[in-house]
Write a protein that binds this ligand. Structure first.
Ligand SMILES: [Zn+2]
Ligand SMILES: [Zn+2]
Length: 286
């Protein structure tokens, strides 16, 4: 088995309404000879960034569900779907990070392979505003108008007519702020960055990087049976401290596992370092 032989000239259906094919399709076509098509498909039923529809399950579960649904809908055997999330940076206050996953499901060969990108490059942000100038200052900070904006009455909208999405001109922004301020009971409205891929080139870049990661994994074959997607299945912590040799929570070794034949391979020091910085040690730097 070989990725090129398994996938060449096959069609993959991509579950997206947000133009993700712009970055995903050319890569699949060029690297694997897979033709990507985008069927009519409502992905917002699986959750939206504007929180009017809750996401179903974890990030990977949501991506998997989209891929499975698009397979059911089209009757095809290859599917691609992606899902993004934004969270506060684990150690830096006030900074956000963006995790993108792109899932690839092959029903014919019973394979599921997941690419990922974790990036601190994101404009994910929000602000309560009470006048136009505050809105314009915020817009400048977050890369408007190349990056779109969303105006809502408050940060937990009850229904979709309280949300104005995809704002990408100053005139539309002023109009949306004015209209929402008129309806507001407390004199403020909620302004946030539109994180949908086609309104957010920074996020689109991260989806592209996750797609590169996915293709790398598809091309990583099991040394024993050559099934694509030979990937890290387990991370074992315990990288020793450089000063006192005590085990830290950093990864000491990873285990690759084939999802077809179960072959396992251990790789010591996957991050290229044999010791951890003492700053990570619970004894040297409490
Ligand atoms: Zn194998
Ligand atoms: Zn130490």
């Amino acid at each position: 088995m070989d990725s090129q032989i398994l996938f060449k000239n096959r069609v993959a259906v991509l579950a997206t309404m947000h133009k993700k094919e712009r970055v995903i399709a050319p890569l699949f076509e060029k690297e694997l000879g897979i033709k990507v098509t985008v069927p009519q498909f409502n992905t917002d039923q699986f959750g939206s960034f504007t929180r009017d529809i809750e996401r179903s399950g974890s990030q990977i579960e949501a991506a998997r569900l989209k891929a499975q649904q698009v397979l059911l809908l089209t009757g095809e055997s290859l599917a691609i779907a992606s899902e993004g999330s934004f969270a506060p940076h684990p150690s830096l206050l006030y900074a956000s990070c963006n995790r993108e996953v792109v899932i690839f499901i092959d029903r014919e060969n019973d394979l599921e392979i997941i690419g990922e990108e974790l990036s601190f490059d994101t404009n994910h942000n929000h602000l309560k505003v009470s006048d136009i100038q505050q809105a314009i200052d915020f817009a400048e900070k977050v890369g408007f108008p190349e990056h779109g904006l969303i105006v809502m009455l408050n940060d937990h909208p009850k229904n979709s007519d309280e949300i104005i999405k995809g704002i990408n001109t100053e005139a539309a922004l002023i109009q949306a702020i004015n209209n929402s301020l008129k309806k507001s009971v407390n004199g403020t409205v909620h302004l946030e960055t539109d994180m949908r891929a086609m309104y957010n080139p920074t996020r689109m870049k991260n989806i592209e990087k996750a797609t590169y990661n996915l293709i790398e994994k598809i091309n990583c074959l099991c040394p024993k049976c050559s099934t694509p997607g030979f990937d890290i299945n387990q991370r074992i912590p315990g990288l020793p401290c450089e000063w006192c040799s005590a085990p830290t929570t950093l990864t000491k070794c990873v285990i690759y596992k084939c999802q077809k034949c179960g072959f396992r391979k251990e790789q010591l020091f996957p991050d290229g370092k044999q010791f951890a910085n003492p700053a990570q040690c619970m004894y040297c730097n409490p």
